[in-house]
Ligand binder design. Structure first.
Ligand code: SF4
Length: 340
């Protein structure tokens, strides 16, 4: 590690998979993909810009090479996020597809990728500790198919060690989370994020669908209340960390939501619940219920964007709709750190 030495998290561990509620299933193989560390994104969500608005707008040529990284397969919050389409993305990885344990019980299992941290280090850095040329200036999204800060002891220890690797590598990290563990002291997650921010190479994309708890509960049965999410985002922002609000899926919100976003973060990636493609499938009942119960649901994204632009003092705040929001977050982070 260069610069100030941070206290080391626990030694590399290889924890056992967490498999809850296995009764009634025959599990004779694990999902494929446990060897994957960094995946280049050249098509699909990250590689093909949608024709959606963004402020400021940008084009494909502005976007850095994006890689994604999931430190484990599975998620322990799946029963909370009713909208989650991630298990359907992975059905080709599960023997038995939709009838497999892995699909049916998404949210109840997690399998750690073997030696993730040391393999991440080897992939990003050469033997002399220099960033390999293909990763210099690359943007890494951590993580697209799970929460890298699941509040589980072993998972947080792995992520703390991964952040040490990112401290050493010359690339930009976007942490996607909805977890309070972003503030974790032991292992020291927050301290590492702040150190990464000092080196201008991290952003936190924090999930928040609305500022109204009852609306959030339509699509997320558990999880932090909106006020707590806004508090965490504001804390990160105050600590000098670039913060993007992952307002996805957007749900009905109060007239103050736009101002709260401007106060607590730097950018908003806005997306309504929609039919997803590329093998991913938003659960149909959740999509149909949302669209039938909420009048003009699909117009909410543009409405929120307009309201953000109308907030006094929002000139520096940026936003984008659909993948322009998530891709634009990398560009917004770059602008933020250039000025700081
Ligand atoms: S945290 Fe992400 S991957 Fe996990 S259940 Fe929620 S939306 Fe799906």
């Amino acid at each position: 590690m260069t610069g100030r030495q941070l206290p080391a998290p626990s030694m590399e561990i290889q924890p056992k998979p967490i498999l809850k509620r296995t009764s009634g299933y025959t599990i004779d193989s694990f999902p494929k993909g446990l060897d994957t560390i960094l995946t280049p994104q050249t098509s699909g969500f990250w590689g093909k810009l949608t024709d959606c608005p963004a402020n400021p707008d940008f084009t494909t040529t502005d976007i850095p090479q994006i890689w994604t990284a999931d430190p484990w397969i599975g998620c322990l919050w799946g029963l909370s996020c009713r909208f989650c389409y991630v298990p359907s993305v992975g059905t080709r990885l599960y023997e038995g597809g939709h009838s497999s344990y892995w699909y049916q019980e998404w949210g109840n299992w997690l399998i750690y990728k073997p030696d993730f941290t040391s393999r991440l280090r080897k992939q990003l850095l050469d033997g002399a500790g220099q960033t390999r040329p293909q990763f210099k200036g690359a943007a890494i999204y951590y993580s697209p198919k799970t929460d890298p800060l699941l509040p589980v002891k072993d998972a947080l220890a792995i992520s703390a060690r991964n952040l040490d690797v990112f401290l050493d590598a010359e690339c930009f990290l976007m942490i996607q989370t909805r977890s309070k563990a972003v503030e974790q002291k032991d292992p020291p997650i927050l301290e590492r994020i702040i150190e990464l921010a000092k080196r201008k190479k991290v952003g936190v994309s924090f999930s928040i669908s609305t500022d109204i708890l009852a609306e959030q509960r339509r699509i997320e049965t558990g999880g932090l209340a909106p006020a707590e999410r806004l508090r965490i985002m504001a804390r990160l922002k105050a600590a000098g960390v670039f913060v993007s609000a992952a307002v996805a899926p957007l749900m009905p919100y109060s007239p103050d939501f736009a101002r709260k976003l401007v106060d607590s973060c730097h950018h908003a990636a806005i997306q309504v619940l929609h039919l997803t493609g590329a093998g991913a499938a938003t659960p149909k009942p959740v999509l149909e219920q949302t669209q039938s119960e909420i009048p003009h649901y699909r117009e909410l994204a543009g409405k929120l964007a307009d309201e953000i632009d109308a907030v006094p003092g929002a000139e520096q705040f940026s936003w984008g709709i659909n993948n322009k929001g998530f891709l634009g977050a990398f560009l917004a982070a770059h602008r933020f750190y250039e000025k700081s």
